[in-house]
Design a protein around this ligand. Structure first.
Ligand code: ASP
Length: 328
């Protein structure tokens, strides 16, 4: 019903291409594009990387009990946040170059409310702090020691997030201290999750410990509304993983949602958002950026710079891991 693309005349499509920039290497993209997903009815959860599988299960459980998409999104991403084996989210996340684990997270509900924390230390569930920023304050974003103070006031416990395993990786890194991005799950395994509940409402959450061995104080795309995550209940939602700087410069998740608003399928919208990055960056092989998106009709899409990005999709009662199409 909301797949407006089918109603667009050729001339409108041409105008859109002019407005949003047509993709360089369109042919190359087509060859690697994953097929468009069919419309679905009923709830859906989509999230980044393999740990999205467990996150989707937790989110779907909330939805099937009649819960709101925003509760499902929060419950879902709390799973990798608490998992010490996941080295890019919450507990067990790789530290910055000073050995400090600093977290970024944000959440958006179906009413367009948003909450976010960045540069937060010593709290496992950054997403739940972001949720409380959204629900209980007049603000959208709290940072650093202010975010920690707020969390403690709300009853969160201070914990050491640096596991022995992560500390060892940091100590190995310090030998060379090479400040260089690592493209795939070795370094980027932020969880971004979008959920559609039984009422058809859309919400999303995104949480990460960010780029490993970053400069102390660095904040990535993940807590930035519109960069790491964006949801518009009339249109759909999108979330990002990968080199945050590339996502922030193009306000990637907002871009994906706006493209969908203007008739792009989620798949084409993710491709176009990746192409914005491709057009202005030469050293692509050093970087990964992956987008996932879903529209109000339940169509999904994903695209990334290079092979290696996958995402979990729970719909029609099945939770599956899917390799994303890529530019390279
Ligand atoms: N996007 C995250 C950041 O730049 C990293 C990631 O996806 O792993 O902080």
């Amino acid at each position: 019903m909301l797949n407006r693309r089918s109603f667009l005349s050729k001339s409108t499509a041409a105008t859109l291409a002019m407005l949003f920039g047509s993709s360089v290497a369109q042919k190359k993209i087509k060859a690697q594009t994953t097929p468009e997903n069919n419309l679905i009815s009923g709830p859906l959860v989509i999230s980044t990387w393999i740990h999205g599988m467990a996150a989707n299960e937790a989110a779907m459980e909330v939805i099937l009990k009649g819960g709101r998409a925003v509760d499902a999104a929060e419950a879902g991403v709390r799973v990798p946040e608490a998992d010490p084996e996941n080295m890019s989210v919450g507990l067990g996340g790789l530290p910055d170059r000073d050995g400090k684990v600093t977290l970024d997270a944000c959440i958006m509900d179906e009413k367009g409310n948003a909450g976010s924390v960045c540069f937060l230390e010593n709290i496992v569930h950054a997403i739940s702090v972001a949720r409380l920023v959204m629900d209980t304050t007049p603000h959208v974003m709290l940072a650093g020691s202010g975010a920690l103070q707020f969390a403690l006031e709300k009853g969160f416990q201070k914990e050491n997030l640096l596991t022995e395993k992560a500390k060892k990786r940091w100590e190995e890194w310090k030998i060379e201290s090479k400040y260089q991005p690592v493209p795939n799950i070795e370094n980027h395994d932020t969880i971004g999750l979008i959920a559609i509940d039984q009422q058809g409402n859309i919400s999303g959450a995104c949480t990460t410990s960010g780029m490993a061995f970053k400069i102390h104080g660095r904040v990535g795309d993940s807590p930035i509304i519109g960069a790491g995550l964006f949801v518009d209940n009339e249109v759909g939602g999108a979330t990002a993983t990968g080199t945050g700087e590339l996502v922030m410069r193009t306000l990637g998740s907002f871009l994906v949602v706006e493209l969908m608003r203007n008739g792009y399928t989620p798949q084409k919208a993710c491709e176009e958002a990746v192409m914005r990055i491709v057009k202005s960056n030469k050293n692509l092989k050093d970087h990964q950026v992956g987008y996932i998106a879903v529209n109000k009709a339940g169509e999904t899409g994903s695209f990334c710079i290079q092979p290696g990005f996958n995402y979990a999709l729970f719909k029609d009662g099945k939770n599956v891991l899917i390799d994303s199409g890529s530019y390279l």
